[in-house]
Design a protein around this ligand. Structure first.
Ligand code: ADP
Ligand code: ASP
Ligand code: MG
Length: 414
C-alpha cells in the first residue's frame, strides 16, 4: 500500500466541474488501495482577487492581515473537494493548517515551514479517509496565520510528503510536465522525462513557476520524488531525480525568465568598507530578498555605483529604504528601473562543457540584445536584459542550445 501526496493547483480546481473531475481521479487511486493526502490551492484567480481587494482598500496593506485574507481561498477549495469526494462515496476530511499543525516562522506573506505535525493526518489516512489539506497556509507558534508566498501550495505538498514519508509527491497542474522552457511562451518547447533536483531548483528560483523553489529544496533535502503531471491527461509527466552520467550530456536542460524583478542603482556611494553591509542589512531586516548585485570599481577611488535587483513587489519599499539611507554614505542619487527581465539558462552539463557563457552572450548580441547584468553559478547563467526583448531572447537561446522539439538537445563534447 503506497502513501501518496497529490497536489492540485488553482486551474485544476478552477470550477465545480473541474473539482468533480479531480474527485473522480482521486477516488480511482483510492480504490487501488493507496493512502492519499491531497493538498489543494485556491480556485484559479481567487488569490489574485483577494490581493486586489486588499490593494484597492489600502495602499500598503498590513502583511499580517493580508495573510488572514489570502489564506481563505484555500479554505473554499478544500471544503468543496471534500464534499465532491463524499458525493462519490469516498471518505474524506478537509483540514486547515492550524487543524493539522503546519508551523512556520513569522515572515508574513513569505513564511517558511518549520514543522508539520503528522498525528491528525495519519489518523485520517489509517482510517481510510482522504485528507484534503489547505495548501499555501501555516500558523506560527503564537497561532498567527501565515502564507508561504505565491505558488506556496507546492511547498505544502512536498513538505507534507516528507513528513508522511510518502512514496511520491504528485504535482497536478495545467501542463504535463517540466519543459525546456515555458510551453505557454515557447511553442517549440520539449518536455523533459527527468530533471535533476539541482536543475529544477535553479529553474524554479529563476522564474519557472511550475514549482515553487522551496518545494524543490524540501524534495532534495528529504529525497522526495516529485512527479509533475497534467490534471487533464494521463500522458507525459516529469520526474525529479538525482543526477546521473546521461544527464550531463545535455549542456542546457532548460531556459527560464523572470519579469518580476526591478533594478535599483545607487549612484556615487562612498568606496569604503561597510557601505554594502549597511544597505543590505537594512533590507534584510525588512525581509526583502536581494537577487543580483553588481558594484563597479570606482575610477577615482572615492565613489562607486551599486546596482541590485529585488522583486517588483518589494520595489517601492526598497526604494524608500535606500533613499532614506542614501545620505549616510554620500550617494548622489538612487534610480530604479521596473522594465527589466532576467533570462537564464540552466543545466548540469555546464560543469563539463566550456564556452557556454560565450555562446549565450554571442547569440543574444547577434539579435541586438544588450546585457546589463550577469550572474553565474556552476549550473546556470543569468542575464538581465530589457523586458521588451524577452521573448526574442528566449527563442534565440532555445535554438542556440538545440532545445527545440525537433532537435536532440545533445551538443557535441568540446
Ligand atoms: P498551478 O496553478 O497548478 O500551481 P502554475 O501556474 O503555478 O500552476 O504553474 C504551471 C505553469 O508553469 C504552466 O502553465 C506554465 O506556463 C508555467 N511554466 C513556466 N516554466 C515552465 C516550464 N519550464 N515547464 C512547464 N511549465 C512551466
Ligand atoms: N493560491 C496560492 C497562489 O495563488 C498558492 C498556490 O497556488 O500555490 O499563489
Ligand atoms: Mg503554482
Amino acid at each position: 500500500m503506497a502513501v501518496i501526496v497529490q497536489k492540485y493547483g488553482g486551474t485544476s480546481v478552477g470550477s465545480l466541474e473541474k473539482i468533480r473531475r479531480v474527485a473522480r481521479k482521486i477516488a480511482g487511486r483510492h480504490r487501488e488501495g493507496n493512502r492519499i493526502a491531497v493538498v489543494v490551492s485556491a480556485m484559479a484567480g481567487e488569490t489574485d482577487k483577494l490581493i486586489r481587494l486588499a490593494r484597492d482598500l489600502s495602499e500598503r496593506p498590513d502583511n499580517r492581515e493580508m495573510d488572514v485574507l489570502v489564506s481563505t481561498g484555500e479554505q473554499v477549495a478544500i471544503s468543496l473537494l471534500a464534499m465532491a469526494l463524499k458525493d462519490l462515496g469516498v471518505p474524506a476530511r478537509s483540514f486547515l493548517a492550524h487543524q493539522i499543525g503546519i508551523f512556520t516562522d513569522n515572515a508574513y506573506t513569505k513564511a517558511r515551514i518549520t514543522k508539520i505535525e503528522s498525528d491528525r493526518i495519519n489518523r485520517a489516512l489509517e482510517s481510510g479517509e482522504i485528507a484534503v489539506v489547505a495548501g499555501f497556509q501555516g500558523i506560527t507558534e503564537e497561532r498567527e496565520v501565515t502564507t508561504l508566498g505565491r505558488g506556496g501550495s507546492d511547498t505544502s505538498a512536498v513538505a507534507l510528503a516528507a513528513v508522511l514519508k510518502a512514496d511520491v509527491c504528485e504535482i497536478y497542474t495545467d501542463v504535463d510536465g517540466v519543459y525546456t522552457c515555458d510551453p505557454n511562451i515557447c511553442n517549440r518547447a520539449r518536455r523533459l522525462d527527468r530533471i535533476t533536483y539541482d536543475e529544477m531548483l535553479e529553474l524554479a528560483s529563476l522564474g519557472a513557476k511550475v514549482l515553487q523553489t522551496r518545494a524543490v529544496e524540501f524534495a532534495k533535502k528529504y529525497h522526495v520524488p516529485i512527479l509533475i503531471r497534467s490534471t487533464f491527461s494521463d500522458d507525459g509527466g516529469t520526474l525529479t531525480t538525482t543526477e546521473d552520467k546521461d544527464m550531463e550530456k545535455e549542456v542546457v536542460a532548460g531556459i527560464t525568465y523572470d519579469r518580476n524583478e526591478a533594478r535599483i542603482t545607487v549612484l556615487g556611494v562612498q568606496d569604503r568598507p561597510g557601505v554594502a553591509a549597511n544597505i543590505f542589512n537594512a533590507l534584510a531586516e525588512e525581509n526583502i530578498n536581494v537577487d543580483m548585485i553588481i558594484q563597479n570599481t570606482s575610477t577615482d577611488g572615492k565613489s562607486a555605483d551599486l546596482s541590485f535587483t529585488v522583486t517588483k513587489a518589494d520595489y517601492e519599499r526598497t526604494m524608500d529604504i535606500v533613499r532614506e539611507k542614501a545620505p549616510e554614505f554620500g550617494a548622489r542619487d538612487v534610480v530604479g528601473d521596473t522594465t527589466i527581465a532576467k533570462l537564464s539558462i540552466v543545466g548540469v552539463g555546464m560543469r563539463s562543457h566550456a564556452g557556454v557563457a560565450a555562446r549565450m552572450f554571442e547569440a543574444l548580441s547577434k539579435v541586438g540584445i544588450n546585457i546589463t547584468m550577469i550572474s553565474t553559478s556552476e549550473i546556470k547563467i543569468s542575464c538581465v536584459i530589457d523586458e521588451k526583448f524577452l521573448e526574442l531572447g528566449v527563442r534565440v537561446l532555445h535554438e542556440t542550445f538545440a532545445l527545440d522539439n525537433d532537435g536532440s538537445g545533445i551538443v557535441e563534447e568540446n
